[in-house]
Write a protein that binds this ligand. Structure first.
Ligand SMILES: C[S@@+](CC[C@H](N)C(=O)[O-])C[C@H]1O[C@@H](n2cnc3c(N)ncnc32)[C@H](O)[C@@H]1O
Length: 333
């Protein structure tokens, strides 16, 4: 997470405000007549702008609660908009019946709706069940905090939240659940605060742990890696991929995926230089961030980073985590 982490606040009540929208559109342009996958539909901010620019959009989201936003766009742009429920790790399979694709956009992370709705359990500021499942399926955050032993729990908080006080937090969690299972967001937030204290002016002590649990519950790193390689398989030469991330652990994965040489081991100057593998991605754009005006309008944009590149003609690679610096939980299989 480094210095950047997901802000906990968002535009209360209103739907998600799209982040870095102009830069995303520019990264995918020209758009008229192009077929674009919006892999993270959310409230449809990107999809709408892509449709208004003349593109055909195939939108994906794993959260069933976005359906009303999708229905509204399907009514307005009947000919050019399709919504496919599912995970973006499978975007090439989900798009298989939709013809050749010219571009993919991913806006990784939680939406304002998910954060703001207390009952989804993503926020340590709002009392709700400790859930955090974007799809509503599988293990919840409560399942993890109530069943993992102290050591694997600490390892999870450290790997996915870069929480340096992970051991102490895990000990407090394990002690607290001996009395009764931890069921709600604020219960967990209070336990973490008791474990590591709270300094005025600092981020809430539960920030990193909540991020770690959310990433684990939704297998967010695996989803991202799979989606990057799925895009590589799907896009033909010249196809564009644009990815917006919200913390440095994710941004590093995207950066290294586009430019594997940057992440690889340094070559010894005493050995013959090894020829770099064929580049799968070219025209790799410099990372783009929100300007002051956008951050003032939408504080959530503060930590956003957009990376974009064009597909080369080189054959797609098999999925591999090597060189991507994907955080791994110590001791996990
Ligand atoms: C940051 S929001 C996207 C907001 C959108 N760009 C907009 O303008 O409204 C991220 C969305 O991606 C979805 N999402 C996250 N991970 C996903 C995954 N692995 N597969 C499919 N959808 C995912 C979330 O459910 C959420 O609705």
């Amino acid at each position: 997470m480094g210095k950047r982490s997901m802000p906990e606040t968002s535009q209360d009540g209103g739907p998600h405000v799209p982040v870095l929208l102009d830069a995303v559109l520019a990264a995918l342009s020209p758009l008229a007549g192009k077929r674009i996958i919006d892999g993270t539909f959310g409230a449809g901010g990107y999809s709408r702008a892509l449709l208004e620019a003349g593109a055909v959009v195939i939108a994906i989201d794993r959260d069933p609660s976005v359906q009303p936003f999708a229905d509204a766009l399907a009514t307005e742009f009947a000919e050019r908009f399709t919504f496919v429920p599912g995970t973006f790790s499978e975007l090439d399979t989900l798009a298989a019946d939709h013809g050749p694709i010219d571009g993919v956009v991913l806006d990784i992370g939680v939406s304002s709706m998910q954060l703001d709705q207390a009952e989804r359990g993503f926020s340590f500021m709002r009392e709700g069940p400790l859930d955090m499942r974007m799809s509503g399926q599988g293990e919840s955050a409560a399942d993890l905090v109530n069943t993992l032993e102290a050591e694997p729990l600490a390892n999870l908080l450290y790997a996915f939240g870069e929480e340096r006080k992970s051991r102490r937090i895990a000990q407090f969690i394990v002690a607290a659940r001996e009395t009764a299972p931890i069921k709600t967001t604020l219960e967990l937030a209070r336990i973490i605060e008791k474990a590591i204290g709270r300094k005025p002016g600092d981020a809430h002590p539960a920030t990193r742990s909540f991020q770690a649990l959310r990433i684990a519950v939704n297998a967010e790193f695996d989803q991202l890696v799979e989606a990057l390689f799925a895009s590589e398989r799907l896009l033909a030469e010249g196809g564009r991929l644009a990815v917006v991330t919200f913390h440095s652990l994710e941004d590093r994965i995207v950066k290294r995926f586009f430019d594997p040489d940057k992440g690889g081991p340094a070559q010894s100057r005493h050995l013959p230089q090894v020829q770099s593998e064929a580049l799968r991605w070219v025209d790799v754009a410099k990372a783009a961030k929100a300007g002051e005006a956008e951050v003032a309008r939408n504080p959530r944009a503060r930590s956003a980073i957009l990376r974009a590149a064009s597909r080369s003609g080189a054959a797609a690679r098999p999925v591999s985590y090597e060189g991507l610096s994907v955080p791994r939980i110590r001791g996990a299989a």
